[in-house]
Each structure stands twice: as structure tokens, then as C-alpha cells.
Design a protein around this ligand. Structure first.
Ligand code: ADP
Ligand code: ADP
Length: 241
């Protein structure tokens, strides 16, 4: 569940998001459309904790993240506009990074919760190979979901724009976020792959995620559960959730 209350984001004097409130329950997909510069990316960045709010709050599953950006990082997955991939790494390596970071964090938390930190060597080795197997399987599944099962070892810079966009989507869905924010994630796709990506985002909602898609595409907006438009930072409901 995403709850945004009276959120304002500003860059110096420029108000990019103006007093926006919205709620996306688990299982729902909200499309946000509007002209370039309307504030769609800024809204998503604020929900992901990547830009600070000037005022207002963002809650994810009841946890306020506006004043503690790190707190919800692992629950909120942003698929950024322009894909955000590391170009000189392979598709698989790009997918592995957030998953390994997550594993490392879980390891630290487990140790803090009372693990001694000096488990026998073989237990750690077991744990390590189990964790890496899980990451490998998750990556293989996500790449297959976007139709790139054979491209895992390709450098991102060797892939076409549309393929890169699908890698970015695969990286997003592999993280099993509570919230998924897709910023123009279908802009470079042909209709088959656009359908594929939209179906995957729908599947993420069906397993309980709250999904927001920023899009210029009226077809994408039509397929969402709710639709809002933004203009000069202001949000207007076209179809309420
Ligand atoms: P779109 O409308 O396709 O979302 P924009 O042209 O509004 O794209 O923004 C594209 C990128 O350029 C964004 O990631 C944003 O950070 C950056 N950007 C846009 N305007 C500015 C600006 N005035 N100063 C710095 N960066 C900007
Ligand atoms: P959209 O995603 O709808 O294109 P953005 O959130 O990218 O909108 O941009 C909203 C406004 O904020 C635009 O006027 C843009 O130029 C400005 N902007 C975006 N990013 C930055 C930034 N990093 N620094 C300054 N201004 C920015």
C-alpha cells in the first residue's frame, strides 16, 4: 500500500509536485500520465525516497518514509526512466546487484538478531551457496519472463534500447517489491513486448504489490485500475482507484 499525503517536491523555486495526495492499495495498478515536465518522475522519485519531499508524507505499508529515506528502500522498487542499468556489465550482473545487496542486508540483520557471527565454516558455505543459487534462479526466471533468457551474458551496451528496457523491467520484478514504480518502462517496446511487460506488472499486483506506471501511452493508462493525469505538478483523477 502506497499512501501519499499532500506531497510537494521542489527544486529550488521550481515546484515539480504540488500538494499531491493518492493511495494505491495492494493488488492495484495506477497509471499516471501527463506532458513532459509535469512531475511524474519526481512523484515516483519521492515515493522511492530518491528525492526529498519539501512537505507532505509518503507511507509504504503504513511506514512513513519521507523523513527516513532508507527505511523502505527494500520495499520500493523503482524502474527508472532511461533504464538506469550499468552499461558495461552484463544483463545478469545488473539483475544480481540489488538481489545481492538485499541478501547482504538480510545477513547483517540476522547476525544482529542473535546469530553468533562465528558459525562453523561449513554452515556459512552452505548458506552462501544456497543464497547464490536462489539469486541465480530468480535472475533466470526474471530474464525468461521478459523473453531474454538467452541474453543474460550480454553486456547491456550490446543490447538494443528495447532489450535494455526489458532488462530494467526484469531487474525490477526480480526484487519482489511491495511497491513497484515503473517510469515510462514500455516507451521503447513493440506491442508484443509492451503487452508482456504490462502483464508482468499486473502479475506483480496480483501477488500483492502496489504498482504505479508513469506513461505517455493511452493504451497503458486504459489497462490500469486507476488513472490520474499530472500537469505542472498537480494531479487530477481521470478514473479513481
Ligand atoms: P520526461 O518528460 O520524458 O519524463 P524530462 O525531459 O522531463 O523527461 O526529464 C528527463 C530527465 O532530465 C529527468 O531524469 C530529470 O532528472 C532531468 N531533468 C529534467 N529537467 C531538469 C532540470 N531542469 N534540471 C536538471 N535535470 C533535469
Ligand atoms: P515528468 O516525469 O513528468 O517529465 P519530471 O518530474 O521529470 O516530470 O520534471 C518535473 C519538473 O521538474 C520539470 O520542470 C523538470 O524540468 C524539473 N526537474 C526534474 N528533475 C530536476 C532536477 N534534478 N533538478 C531541477 N529540476 C528538475
Amino acid at each position: 500500500m502506497i499512501t501519499v499525503t499532500n506531497l510537494t517536491v521542489a527544486y529550488d523555486e521550481l515546484v515539480a509536485v504540488a500538494d499531491v495526495s493518492l493511495r494505491v492499495p495492494p493488488g492495484c495498478v495506477l497509471a499516471v500520465s501527463g506532458p513532459s515536465g509535469a512531475g511524474k518522475s519526481s512523484l515516483l522519485w519521492a515515493i522511492a525516497g530518491a528525492v526529498a519531499a519539501r512537505s507532505g508524507t509518503v507511507e509504504v505499508d503504513g511506514l512513513t518514509i519521507t523523513d527516513r529515506p532508507g527505511a523502505a528502500a527494500h520495499r520500493v522498487v523503482l524502474i527508472p526512466q532511461g533504464n538506469g542499468l550499468a552499461r558495461v556489465l552484463t544483463a545478469r550482473e545488473n539483475l544480481s546487484m540489488p538481489l545481492l545487496a538485499d541478501r547482504a542486508l538480510i545477513g547483517v540483520l540476522n547476525r544482529r538478531r542473535g546469530g553468533s557471527g562465528d558459525e562453523p565454516e561449513y554452515e556459512r558455505e552452505d548458506e552462501r551457496s544456497h543464497a547464490l543459487d536462489t539469486v541465480d534462479r530468480t535472475i533466470a526466471k526474471a530474464l525468461a519472463d521478459v523473453g531474454l533468457e538467452d541474453s543474460g551474458d550480454h553486456l547491456v551496451e550490446e543490447l538494443s534500447g528495447g532489450e535494455q528496457q526489458r532488462v530494467a523491467v526484469a531487474r525490477g520484478i526480480a526484487q519482489h517489491g511491495r511497491v513497484i514504480l515503473a517510469d515510462e518502462s514500455t516507451s521503447e517496446l513493440d506491442s508484443t513486448n509492451r503487452e508482456r511487460v504490462l502483464n508482468l506488472l499486473r502479475r506483480e499486483a496480483d501477488r500483492g504489490a502496489a504498482v504505479i506506471i508513469a506513461t505517455h501511452d493511452p493504451n497503458v493508462a486504459a489497462g490500469a485500475d486507476g488513472h490520474a493525469t499530472m500537469d505542472e505538478g498537480h494531479l487530477t483523477w481521470e478514473r479513481r482507484l
